[in-house]
Design a protein around this ligand. Structure first.
Ligand code: ADP
Ligand code: MG
Length: 231
């Protein structure tokens, strides 16, 4: 459903992606791993139309290369950036409602469901988002994107800086998304969690995909992990 081929992108003169090729099937959870600076966030930004790129990006058979971010989002691609970009002066509930897209029929994600999943957001529904902790803001950004009901969601390091209990909540959320048939491109640093929830994993190094295979294959390949993942 998402096909990336020979993608090149970067920032001005500095080229970061050197021909990335990666494909995702419907309902698949793919973990995108790599050391800091490998180019994972750059790939996410290129797919979402936040950076100019050359190559091929197709979403359900149609090119989305060169489309604006809001157009890409409207086609069903959700994006949770590394930065926790909540609207600080709006309440938690207002932030969540901003994620809604008008469409007919009952959705997969209601406010009530989000609150059931993350009781800490329910408890703070009427609180200004700006006063939430970093972890809570991360949850809020994630839930706001899910309320827009993307068919594929790119999530950039959702567990960074989260307490272990919240990491488990995020892992549970990934599994729930899978049962709903939502595809996830999960950019992660936490190898154990990523391998646990992913159907497939891709490893990036120096702006290229250096491994694409099953979590089991990556678990067995200690040389690969040492070369591309461990610090
Ligand atoms: N806004 C930016 N301007 C210039 N260079 C950037 C910018 N963001 C990231 N980079 C560079 O791009 C490379 C890849 O970064 P990034 O995609 O963030 O890696 P990752 O997400 O895998 O840690 C790094 O060398 C980083 O310094
Ligand atoms: Mg990053």
């Amino acid at each position: 459903m998402l096909t990336i081929e020979q993608l090149h992108a970067g920032y001005g003169q500095s080229q970061v992606l050197h021909g990335v090729t990666l494909a995702m099937a419907p309902g698949e959870i793919v973990a995108l791993l790599g050391r800091n600076g490998a180019g994972r966030s750059t790939l996410a930004k290129a797919v979402m139309g936040l950076l100019p790129a050359q190559g091929r990006i197709e979403w359900r058979g149609h090119s989305i290369l060169g489309k604006k971010t809001f157009e890409v989002a409207r086609l069903g691609l959700g994006y949770v950036p590394e930065s926790r970009d909540v609207f600080p002066d709006l309440t938690v509930a207002q932030n969540l409602l901003l994620g809604h897209k008008s469409r007919a029929g009952p959705g997969r994600w209601s406010l009530a469901q989000v609150y059931r999943l993350f009781p800490q957001l329910a408890a703070r529904a009427a609180v200004r988002a700006g006063v939430l902790s970093g972890g809570e803001q991360q949850m809020l950004t994630l839930c706001r994107t899910l309320i827009g009901e993307p068919e594929l969601v790119i999530i950039d390091e959702p567990t960074e800086g989260l307490a272990p209990q919240l990491v488990e909540a995020v892992a549970g959320l990934m599994r729930l998304l899978k049962t709903q048939g939502t595809s996830v491109l999960l950019i992660e640093q936490k190898l154990t969690m990523a391998l646990d929830v992913a159907d497939r994993c891709a490893v990036m190094g120096h702006g290229r995909i250096v491994f694409d295979g099953t979590p089991a294959a990556l678990r067995q390949d200690s040389a690969l992990r040492q070369e591309w993942l461990q610090v």
